[in-house]
Write a protein that binds this ligand. Sequence first.
Ligand code: ATP
Length: 256
Amino acid sequence: SGQDTMLEVEDLVMTYGGFRAVDGCSFAVREGTITGLIGPNGAGKTTMFNLVAGAFPPTSGRIRYLGRDVTDLSTDKRFHLGLVRTFQIPHEFHRLTALENLMMVPPRQSGEGLLANWLSPGRVRADEERVRARAVETLAFLELSHVADERAGNLSGGQKKLLELGRTMMTDAKLVLLDEPAAGVNRTLLRKLEEKIAILNRERGYTFVLIEHDMEMIEKLCDPVICMAEGRVLIQGDFAAVRSDPRVLEAYLGET
Ligand code: ATP
């Protein structure tokens, strides 16, 4: 059900030298939500994402995903469990078209694995057709069909963000970590991006955690909102409650 806990972060700490970038964070993400992660610069949000995605191990603390302790699992293993962090389109992929960018996304490993495909050339072709059809459908969903054959490097900032979302969709992700989706996106495409994230959440079963400085986007999409400051969770609640909390106002005022 929509009430199930999908991700649980428990007393997470990440230190660099003596500096505690994440300083004992605990929170849970419920399945079916779009959870917002806000906080002033340097609060530790990106470090938190890196820890949840498995980019490096925490100094201490545990991360549970779908009831399983994933603290010691690689990024790759987490990816195959459907825990996916979006990344900017790699530079080498800028020469590829939008459609090719979607087709290049490795699938999450299903029961049969990849070896069966390698052993049967006919199967590979059948698979490529299926992947292409899916990429075409994904571009249509994102209203990017008109730039299917455009090189990714030539797309606008907003189109690139939509394409990144599309790359995530190609993996059948369950929990998607979005790092500042609104950054560098013009107003028109911002509305479109918000609309697509909302549809993926409501109609296609994706759960999102979203780091964002654009408070309009947070207000529109996110419930609950978690506010971090100085490596800690200050408060969690709906947008109105978080925005008006004196500790949150103070944390943002202290921002350099
Ligand atoms: P922003 O909103 O500006 O992206 P953030 O909330 O994402 O900020 P982080 O990027 O997680 O914050 O950084 C938290 C703190 O940890 C910052 O003071 C940063 O300088 C520090 N930090 C992050 N990565 C490292 C690192 N590899 N080595 C040393 N310090 C780091």
